[in-house]
Ligand binder design. Structure first.
Ligand SMILES: C[S@@+](CC[C@H](N)C(=O)[O-])C[C@H]1O[C@@H](n2cnc3c(N)ncnc32)[C@H](O)[C@@H]1O
Length: 403
């Protein structure tokens, strides 16, 4: 094992503007690390202590969209030269010698805030060109082939070599272990595009939230969405097989209103009648209000005995970046309602906001995995999916049974 392993530096990429929030949460967190280098959307830290089990290591962070160990940087004029320097970098050579790696992730740091002037995170013409050049020169065979589009996720629980294009002539090399679902995508960005039928960009946020959180949602279950207008997020929820009660005093797009499984309650969240929420199992909220106001509205529904909210996806708006420091308190508030599995992430398609997902227990996730296996076995026998059923009273919480 080389003395360069595990590396002494970490890198993290985040939304442009989120660097301070990221630095603050790393400083307040359990890892002893000092700030090393920072550009908009890209931050590195120097570790004070050696990491004992690098495969297990995760940077606990809401704002780091992707992170890993930093292996150094290269600077130069042409992509050919930079690729050559990259493969010769001592940190990269040591990494390749010691670890079996499965993939190469190349991406550009964000150049703007998502959703502003058409910018969306994801592969760019430059990152794809650089990836091609790097692969042509790769010293190990499995990395020489460019993945075909749509790019499949890298295999789970393996090492990946990362190249972050901080500037066209300045690349930072690193590595990450594909422990979690989003670690398998370059820069932690799911390959999502806004389809023509989507009535708002919130469609992307909700698709990303659903894929990241992997909530154990079953077809036909009932979800309430607070702040649903004009309806992009509701479209994503409907595509996941949910029935949606959309609450918003503003107008919902006719395309969404025409959906059979969508009902618009044209009111403020505080004006919804208790019995209108009978049988609600999931809750989403995306209101342009302060985080504590969103939580007040959510608490009202969670406390309604006619609803049985198993889990939720909340967008918490950070009108001021200082509100990021309040996140631990907001998470504690949600935990206080009996949701033991609470996670936060600034999604790639979030703007100045974060996503909070909560489930009553981790056991609910196990139910989904078992459910998935059963689904595959059934389908090979040609049997149909269970048709959606619409209970008039809340079903038992299967997650609690699973524990
Ligand atoms: C960011 S937009 C929601 C986007 C929407 N989720 C979509 O998918 O298109 C915020 C919405 O919150 C709504 N809103 C603000 N305060 C609200 C409240 N107290 N109750 C319900 N909706 C509210 C606004 O009317 C606005 O439509």
């Amino acid at each position: 094992m080389s003395t360069n392993w595990p590396p002494k530096f970490l890198f993290a990429v985040c939304q442009c503007g989120a660097e301070q929030a990221l630095k603050h949460e790393v400083a307040a967190g359990p890892i002893d690390a000092s700030l090393a280098f920072s550009r908009p959307g890209f931050v590195t830290f120097k570790l004070k202590d050696e990491i004992n089990e690098p495969e297990q290591f995760q940077l606990p962070s809401t704002f780091a969209r992707a992170s890993g160990f930093s292996l150094g940087k290269v600077s130069g004029e042409s992509a050919q030269d930079l690729a050559q320097l990259s493969w010769q970098l001592p940190g990269v050579e040591a990494f390749l010698a010691d670890q079996s790696i499965v993939d190469l992730h190349v991406w550009q740091r964000d150049t703007a805030v998502p959703g502003v002037r058409g910018f969306e995170p994801g592969p760019t013409a430059l990152s794809l060109t650089i990836e091609r050049v790097l692969r042509e020169q790769a010293p190990v065979e499995p990395l020489r082939t460019m993945p075909t589009a749509p790019r499949p996720p890298s295999r789970r629980n393996r090492w990946v070599l990362d190249v972050v294009v901080v500037e066209p002539g300045e690349w930072w090399l690193g590595c990450n272990h594909t422990t979690r679902r989003l670690d398998c995508y370059p820069g932690g960005v799911l390959p999502l595009e806004l389809p023509d039928h989507a009535v708002s960009r919130a469609y992307l946020k909700m698709q990303e939230a659903l894929q990241w959180s992997a909530l154990p949602i079953a077809r036909g279950e009932l979800c309430v969405e607070l702040g649903c207008a004009p309806g992009g997020a509701s479209q994503a929820l409907l595509e996941h097989g949910l029935r949606v009660l959309g609450v918003d005093p503003a107008e919902v797009d006719p395309v969404v209103l025409a959906e059979e499984q969508f009902t618009h309650i044209r009111r403020r969240s505080t004006e919804v009648r208790r019995k209108q929420l009978r049988g609600v199992q999931w809750l989403a909220a995306d209101m342009n209000v302060a985080p504590n106001y969103t939580l007040d509205a959510v608490e009202e529904i969670v406390g309604n005995e006619l609803a049985n909210v198993r889990g939720m996806i909340l967008t918490l708006k950070l009108a001021d970046w200082k509100l990021a420091n309040e996140l631990p308190k907001l998470v504690e508030r949600v935990r206080g309602w009996g949701y033991r599995d609470v996670r936060t992430r600034q999604l790639a398609f979030n703007r100045q906001e974060v996503c909070l997902v909560a489930l009553r227990s981790r056991g609910q996730r196990r139910v989904k995995r078992i459910g998935r296996r059963m689904l595959r076995r059934d389908s090979t026998h040609g049997s149909k999916l269970v048709e959606p059923h619409f209970p008039t009273s809340p079903p038992p919480d299967r997650g609690e049974e699973a524990e």
